[in-house]
Design a protein around this ligand. Structure first.
Ligand SMILES: [Zn+2]
Length: 427
């Protein structure tokens, strides 16, 4: 092994050059973000959010990031509107202060989980019916972080890298895992049956009759319909790429691939209109149909990265493999990002303990020692209940260690896991 490595180093770009290339690409200017929005409304329950001037460090324009989101409401629009107005603040409120960019990006997946659950809890406490899907996209430089519940998709058409989904569909009809989770938590999954016992329509969850397995709101359905998002974080290559964020009005008519192909070569504004047009052509206006196209474009003054000669790239991939075996995973991952889309994070579990407890070091460095990991209220030392207490994870994790939950959030966690009957308030 050692001799092989030495040989590579002789024939190839020296390690130092690779690293300095990476440093250059890190320092490289942020990409330009251009977007277009198009929609056709039928029920008026699709909402969207575009915010291109968010700042990680308030007042520092170098820390700017963008947020794009779609909320597809059902049984009314209250949940979609409430989520549009509150989710971003709740997510940001769950990130410890004073983090550098790298730490901030690492803290995002967990903060997204907290923000989604807090928003759901707050909306439900208002006692209004209705629910919403959420597909929430944060773009910071070349790093794209997507959190989603429901079936509004975010598709990546990477420059030279092909089409891939950055979300999963939380639909009972096609998501077997979610169907099993809902059933195990006490929900019943079946179709509507009409006179004569004929079953029609998509699989739904009872009580409530929702076709989705995750959403925000929906207080009138079982609490196993959870607001815990699937989260995926990727870093694009310096060639950039295109995101297509859209509600199911698009995806019921077009595959991810079809949507991406239908608008290639068009600027974002025209592309979003083209995708909507294409979907309506196939299916007509059966549902609210909303599409945001976001282009992440290399800055004008940067040269496109020279394509490495074939031979070299083959050998480089050998080096990466070698390095990742050498537990220099981080370095290898970073270096390979020069050419391809790099997956930084992916987690879809519906278990709150798994989502909040996966990282004990990075979180909870906020001002207060005891803060509820979901709603961020301060806790007296006696009040906090470890997210791990009484769970299957308590064998591997000390139950007195954080993150902690307030009583209210602990009750919500139990309800989401089917540990108490839906709708029964614990006093
Ligand atoms: Zn709480």
């Amino acid at each position: 092994m050692a001799s092989e490595t030495r040989r590579h180093h002789h024939n190839l770009v020296p390690l130092a050059a690779l690293i300095s290339r990476e440093v250059r690409s890190e320092k490289m200017e942020k990409p330009n973000v251009k977007y277009g929005y198009a929609a056709q409304s039928r029920k008026g329950e699709d909402y969207y959010l575009v915010k291109t001037d968010c700042q990680r460090v308030p007042g520092n324009c170098l820390s700017t990031f963008s947020v794009f989101a779609i909320f597809d409401g059902h049984n009314g629009n209250a949940a979609a509107i409430f989520t549009k107005e509150n989710l971003l603040n709740h997510v940001m409120g769950a990130i410890p202060r004073g983090l550098g960019r790298g730490e901030w990006l690492q803290a995002l997946p967990r903060a997204l989980v907290s923000g989604f659950v807090k928003t759901d809890k707050e909306f439900q406490s208002r006692g209004e019916t209705s629910g919403t899907t959420v597909t929430f996209v944060i773009i910071d430089g070349w790093t794209v972080t997507v959190a989603s519940v429901g079936d509004s998709r975010c598709v990546l058409d990477a420059q030279g890298g092909g089409v891939s989904d950055l979300t999963v569909d939380h639909r009972l009809e096609d998501n077997v895992e979610e169907r099993e989770r809902v059933t195990a938590s006490g929900g019943e999954v079946g179709r509507l049956s009409i006179v004569g016992g004929v079953e029609v329509g998509p699989l739904r969850c009872w009580p409530g009759g929702l076709c989705l397995s995750r959403s925000i709101g929906d207080m009138d359905v079982g609490e196993f319909i959870v607001p815990i998002p699937y989260v995926k974080q990727v870093k694009l290559s310096s060639a950039g790429g295109r995101l297509i964020i859209a509600s199911d009005g698009i995806w019921d008519a077009l595959s991810s691939e079809m949507a991406a192909k239908s608008c290639r070569g068009l600027p974002a504004e025209l592309a979003s209109r083209q995708v909507v047009k294409e979907a309506l052509k196939t299916r007509g206006l059966k549902d609210d149909t909303t599409c945001i196209v976001v282009d992440i474009i290399p800055p004008d003054n940067s040269l496109p990265p020279p394509p490495p000669p074939k031979k070299q790239s083959k050998l480089r991939s050998l080096i990466f493999r070698k390095w990742s075996h050498d537990s220099s995973k981080k370095l290898a991952k970073k270096l390979s990002a020069v050419d391809i889309v790099e997956e930084l994070f992916e987690e879809g579990s519906a278990m709150l303990a798994e989502r909040l407890g996966s990282d004990t070091s990075a979180g909870q460095s906020t001002s207060s020692l005891f803060t509820c990991a979901v709603c961020q209220v301060d806790l007296a030392p006696s009040e906090g209940i470890s997210v791990h207490a009484g769970s299957i994870f308590s064998t591997s994790t000390k139950p007195w260690q954080g993150p902690f939950l307030c009583m209210d959030c602990r009750n919500k966690k139990d309800a989401m896991e089917g540990k108490r009957p839906s709708g029964v308030k614990v006093v």
